[in-house]
Design a binder for this molecule. Structure first.
Ligand SMILES: NC(=O)CC[C@H](N)C(=O)O
Length: 252
């Protein structure tokens, strides 16, 4: 079996090493004898979504989001068709915001893809910067990571990725984080999301293989000893504590 992973605009959206998520997907495929090819798309590269099995849209600063939004406009309809056809997407932070209708910053409104019905406003408050821990119906392990965003996202009627156990999540108020729409996962957890959360990586790989090969896939389990220990430790360390972002002086 083989998967092709498309990395969209790594020249703009690669905050906090989103490339590590690609490496993780590739490695976890290879360890099971599944071939994994990565294609990076930059500038005005033609993107043939029919050749892709997983798409990664990484994080970026407001400035980079503003620039990349022009490129996204050109691929919007093909990207939407891919998602509606159950194409697998993992979108992180800035990329997550861009899946929605818009991201309104104090310097202007950045138009999103409008693929998932959700809106992001910058607000006038501080950035939401802290560790984050979630419980998700999709995974038996807690989902752990780090968030750093000024935007507050309203996912409306969509399903969240998880319930916030510690941290701020989508907007610091709803108690929820991320979004799940068809085979799309959007999340504010960036940097090493997938290396830290192997179940999220395997979920994406499974969905992509099932879509491509039209059959039920049971991935060969991997040990993930360190990840399980680390996630359990982090969960117990943060559960019951209240996140008070330390950088409240860092206004957006
Ligand atoms: N870390 C990111 O990708 C940041 C996303 C966006 N620029 C924000 O600050 O909300």
């Amino acid at each position: 079996m083989k998967l092709t992973i498309g990395h969209l605009y790594p020249d703009f959206l690669n905050l906090y090493g989103d490339r590590g998520n690609i490496q993780c997907l590739k490695k976890r495929c290879q360890w099971r004898g599944i071939e994994a090819e990565v294609q990076a798309f930059e500038n005005d590269d033609e993107i043939d979504f029919s050749k892709l099995d997983i798409v990664l849209l990484g994080g970026g600063s407001d400035r980079e989001q503003m620039l990349v939004c022009e490129k996204l406009k050109k691929i919007r309809e093909n990207f939407r068709a891919y998602v509606e056809d159950d194409g697998v997407v993992i979108a992180v932070c800035g990329g997550y915001q861009l899946l929605g209708n818009y991201y309104a910053t104090k310097d202007g409104r950045i138009e999103g893809l409008g693929i998932v019905d959700m809106d992001t406003e910058q607000g006038t408050g501080y950035r939401l910067i802290d560790n984050i821990v979630l419980e998700s119906e999709l995974f038996s392990m807690p989902v752990v990571g780090f968030e750093n965003h000024g935007g507050r996202t309203d996912i409306k009627q969509n399903k969240p990725l998880g319930k916030v156990i510690y941290g701020s999540g989508n907007n610091g108020e709803s108690g929820y984080e991320g979004v799940v729409y068809k085979n799309v996962i959007g999340t504010y957890i960036h940097g090493p999301l997938l290396p830290k959360n192997p179940q999220v990586a395997d979920y994406l790989i499974t969905r992509a293989l099932e879509r491509k090969y039209h059959k039920k896939i049971e991935l060969q389990p991997l040990e993930d000893v360190e990840e399980k220990e680390a996630n359990a430790y982090i969960y117990n360390r943060f559960k019951g504590k209240v996140s008070r972002p330390q950088n409240q002086e860092q206004l957006v």
